[in-house]
Design a protein around this ligand. Structure first.
Ligand SMILES: Nc1ncnc2c1ncn2[C@@H]1O[C@H](COP(=O)(O)OP(=O)(O)OP(=O)(O)O)[C@@H](O)[C@H]1O
Ligand SMILES: [Mg+2]
Length: 500
């Protein structure tokens, strides 16, 4: 595939500027860049979801002009989007074969044939999901697998993956990267968009760096390092990804106390205590109950027994509203399901939870909230300060920053964050770490769940490892190591002994 001088402008933003790009057949071509750099837009141009304003596209030497993803599919090109687009009320099987169902005579859908092909596909990529389950009942990780299988079921010559591993566990990520390599080995071309530079270096043959919609360079990955990619993306180098850990709070006043909480969602008698000013990391495999625990604390979701206290007083928490009133904020895992109003501006979305307060306190308050929103968003480096643009038009990573800004506006006593840096670029990751640290320095208790082992190693004062709904280990600052965390997560003792 070859792009010549491809440009795309959205209201007020030049998303792509005269991009020239050659994608070699059978190669894994990675694309990196900051949030809003134009990666997804480029991916969407390739799969026919966005029509460029100018420029030419050739596939195998032939000029093409896709009017829709269907046109692209006919030309052998498909992709998986960054924000998943599945039909929640339909089964996994239906979603995987949507639009490419095998039909028998008289147009009847051949379910048995589809089931067989599904099983083959699942074997081939090593992903396991029940074919009959409804998509709406699946975890985010499983939904991502459905998208991946759908792309593969279409047997395309070129597949665009837009942040495919964002919701996958370490093992699943390894499987996906394997699949990507295998696809390339059998002649399929893969365009691989990711913020995980390690993955990019591991799986990519070549890598393109985009910045502000423009092409910076395309080179062989063997000639790049994480540091050189970061420098190309940001235009500056990042000395330290993780800011220095703040000193532990001296006074051990508990901001959050959880007493033997159990839930229908699998949390089994979890107790924990987090001091004001303390940062605690929550590790564990996908399915270990990290999100369930955070939701149980924040909104009482699924809780069958147990108690929560904030700043020393017991709270009755039955809903997100109760949580908020008790001084607990939650940064959720999935942006899409968690109430961003896509038509409204970024600043409106930030102050959303405050609307009641604004109405009561009138205009002055509203102005000051706007100012606070602006301050927070600027601190997070929201692309070009576009806080009046509809959130739906911001890039995925920038939407995450809006959600975080909303959480922080409440100045919560307790911040619960579920994968706080998912989908954000390296520069923004750094600012999110700094924000979490400064929030703790101001006296908040921070509990964050992360699948990125480095975040668990570098950021918190203490790490809790969850397994099957129980806290199996508590590791203090000096004792947190990848080995210790993984041992516990997999069900072995933190020191010595064999795994499984
Ligand atoms: N439909 C749209 N309407 C208006 N602006 C848009 C639209 N889609 C994208 N943009 C803007 O175009 C720019 C590029 O967005 P894009 O989604 O391609 O970024 P990205 O590199 O994928 O970022 P991220 O890493 O956050 O996913 C951003 O400024 C974004 O806000
Ligand atoms: Mg994107």
């Amino acid at each position: 595939m070859e792009l010549t001088s491809v440009s795309k402008r959205f209201a007020g933003v030049q998303a792509l500027r005269e991009i020239d790009l050659r994608i070699e057949r059978g190669a894994v071509h990675a694309i990196v860049g900051e949030n809003g750099a134009g990666k997804s837009t480029l991916g969407r141009v390739l799969v026919g979801a966005v029509r460029p304003d100018a420029g030419q596209i050739r596939v195998a030497g032939q000029a093409v002009s896709f009017r829709s993803p269907h046109d692209a599919l006919v030309a052998g090109i498909t992709g998986i989007a960054q924000e998943l687009a599945l039909l929640p009320a339909r089964s996994v099987l239906d979603n995987v074969f949507l639009g490419v169902e095998s039909r028998r005579r008289f147009g009847r859908v051949d379910k048995a044939g589809m089931s067989r092909r599904f099983a083959d596909l699942a074997d081939q990529v090593g992903l396991q999901i029940p074919s009959r389950a409804l998509v709406r009942d699946l975890s985010l990780a499983d939904r991502q697998k459905v998208e991946i299988m759908r792309a593969l079921a279409r047997k395309a010559d070129l597949v665009v993956f837009d942040e495919p591993t964002a919701a996958l566990s370490v093992d699943e990520t390894a499987l996906l990267l394997d699949t990507v390599r295998r696809l390339a080995a059998t002649g399929t071309t893969v365009v691989f968009i990711s913020h995980f530079l390690k993955e990019v270096l591991a799986v990519g043959d070549r890598v393109t760096i985009l910045k502000d919609g423009a092409h910076v360079r395309t080179v062989r990955t063997s000639e790049e390092s994480e540091a050189s990619l970061v420098e190309g993306m940001l235009g500056r180098s990042l000395e330290r990804m993780f800011p220095a850990r703040p000193p532990r709070p001296r006074e051990q006043r508990a901001a959050l106390e959880v007493d033997r909480i159990s839930t229908r969602t699998g949390i089994d008698g979890v107790s924990l205590r987090i001091a004001s000013g303390e940062i605690v990391g929550l590790a564990g495999l996908v399915g270990s109950g990290r999100s369930e625990l955070l939701h149980a604390i924040h909104s009482g979701a699924g809780v069958t027994s147990g108690a929560v206290a904030v700043d020393g007083s017991p709270r009755r928490i039955r809903s997100p509203r109760d949580g908020k009133r008790s001084g607990i904020a939650l940064l959720p895992e999935s942006r899409k399901d968690q109430g961003l109003l896509m038509e409204r501006s970024a600043s409106e979305n930030v102050v959303l939870g405050q609307l009641a307060g604004i109405a009561r306190w009138g205009v002055v308050r509203k102005r000051s909230e706007r100012a606070v929103a602006r301050g927070l968003v600027e601190r997070l480096g929201l692309a070009g300060g576009r806080i009046s643009s509809p959130v739906g038009t911001l890039s995925g990573g920038n939407q995450q920053k809006v959600l975080l800004a909303r959480c922080l506006l409440d100045r919560p006593a307790v911040l619960l964050a579920d994968e706080p840096t998912r989908g954000v670029d390296v520069g923004a990751k750094h600012s999110i770490y700094e924000l979490l640290i400064s929030l703790a320095a101001e006296g908040a208790a921070v509990l964050f769940a992360s699948s990125e082992i480095e975040e668990i190693l570098e950021l918190p004062h203490r790490a809790l490892v969850l397994r099957e709904g129980r806290i199996e280990a508590e590791l203090e600052e000096g004792a947190i190591s990848e080995d210790a965390v993984m041992r516990v997560a997999l069900g072995a003792s933190p020191r010595g002994g064999d795994v499984g």
